[in-house]
Design a binder for this molecule. Sequence first.
Ligand code: GAR
Length: 194
Amino acid sequence: MEKKRIAVLVSGGGTNLQALIDATHAGVLQSGELTLVVSSSSKAYALTRAAEAGIPSAVLTGKSFEPELEALLKDYQIDLIILAGFMRILSPAFTARHDRRILNIHPSLIPAFCGKGYYGLRVHEAALARGVKVTGATVHFVNEIPDGGEILLQKAVEVLPDDTPETLQRRVMEQAEWKLLPLAAELVSRGEIK
Ligand code: GAR
């Protein structure tokens, strides 16, 4: 079977992109091919990771982000879009055009600590402020509702008494995000999740 062509959208450090790259080398991600990386910031370290892995990348900022992204997706014949720490919200028109073709990783157990305003470290700050004892990560399809699409995979992670937002973020990444995202990418590429 031909590999699905994947575009990864990033904005920052790109550790989830790195997990996808590593999963390709480890054979965990074998039904999909990391074809293109698109960053919403020219400063994102994710761009360095893409370059080191030999994956073409583009930086898109500003108002014409979506038309430019559509053109790139067409040029590179992309089948699947993965939001990996991507900090922009896509328009309802865009998500409708790519229904069940966009995956997102979110650093909590949806429906807790998700939706508008909950991204990156803020999610872990909110979890600690609320005093939850368990948090985690979720991979879901993207629709017009921020963090509202169908849930595909979730993994729980323990919150420890001395956690700071930073230590909790790291544990959620290590124990949940970096495993769930490559697995979801493989399952969707292989057609096991439709
Ligand atoms: C990750 O924790 C990801 O789950 C989160 O941002 C971080 C990006 O890290 N995404 C969101 O909060 C989306 N709402 P990375 O750039 O190292 O992958």
